[in-house]
Design a protein around this ligand. Structure first.
Ligand code: CU
Length: 287
């Protein structure tokens, strides 16, 4: 008998403790969960099959948290404006980088040609002109280009690359570490060995676009023209505080500030001889 009474007392105590947390009598109040209101891609096209080597028009709007299309974008010279459309195949073998114009009702349209079959990450880097809002943010989707996908392993780091006859030579530099800002210098010569003078393209003398192998995490810095507007630091955006420079013909000083360790692909892009040249580097980043 004595044992039974003890057990009963223990059970009652436990029940009272629970009641003390949840409120007497009425039970627990469960808050209603509603989805966070966020920016999103709306009406993304194409939804039909996409073929390699054939031009296709990508179109979408950026839907605001209130559901309406975003129509107000930062404007002016410099790269921190409008919308940047950056598309990479998952193995980081290919990149497409465009700045589609903002059309009526915020519609963005860009014709692109996917170079080969496979899965592509579509990254939309948005620079809204909204008072008090964040200076930029990224939205994502994917496009699968039909056909057999043969992923390519990333090559090992090589300091010297030749692309379309242009030589890119990365100067020796200290090891890269995650979350540590650093500058690396790349010297460029044209097919005749001359040092080119860089001209602005999409608002910058050169663009350094970084993707992490596997996760496809993204990071982007610019080599700014002297006194370029909309190219320097953005409030609250850590990456933007290390804008690069070009202090002499053929010389690019690139700001690097990567958020995590591992293997990164750096697509270094500049307009040379009237066309866009992309030098793809593989970078190892220590923790
Ligand atoms: Cu850029």
């Amino acid at each position: 008998m004595r044992t039974t009474r003890l057990k009963t007392a223990v059970v009652v105590t436990a029940a009272l403790s629970l009641a003390g947390c949840g409120g007497a009598g009425s039970g627990l109040t469960v808050p209603q969960v509603v989805p966070a209101k966020v920016f999103s891609l709306a009406g993304f096209q194409p939804q039909t099959a996409v073929r390699a080597g054939q031009p296709v028009t990508i179109s979408f709007t950026v839907a605001q948290p209130n559901g309406r299309p975003l129509t107000r974008y930062k404007t002016g010279a410099g790269p921190h404006t409008g919308v940047h459309l950056i598309i990479v195949r998952d193995d980081l073998a290919y990149i497409i980088h465009q700045h589609p114009p903002v059309g009526p009702n915020g519609l963005l349209r860009q014709t692109v040609t996917f170079p080969a079959p496979g899965p592509y990450r579509v990254l939309v880097d948005v620079y809204p002109n909204l008072p008090g809002g964040q200076p930029n943010f990224q939205l994502f989707t994917t496009v699968n280009v039909s056909g057999a996908y043969h992923p390519r392993p990333l090559p090992a780091f090589a300091p010297n690359l030749v692309v379309d006859g242009y030589h890119f030579r990365m100067q020796p530099h200290a090891a890269l570490h995650a979350i540590q800002a650093q500058f690396i210098v790349v010297n460029v010569t044209d097919p005749r060995g001359h040092k080119p003078t860089f001209v602005p393209w999409f608002g910058a003398l050169a663009h350094a676009i970084f993707f992490h192998q596997g996760s496809l995490d993204y990071f982007h810095t610019h080599i700014c023209a002297p006194n370029a507007p909309n190219c320097g630091a953005l409030p609250g955006v850590a990456s933007s505080r290390i804008s690069g420079t070009s202090t002499a013909p053929g010389k690019l000083t690139i700001g690097v500030l990567l958020p995590e360790s591992g293997t990164w692909r750096l697509f270094l892009q500049a307009k040379l001889g009237g066309r866009i040249v992309t030098a793809p580097y593989t970078l190892q980043v220590a923790s």
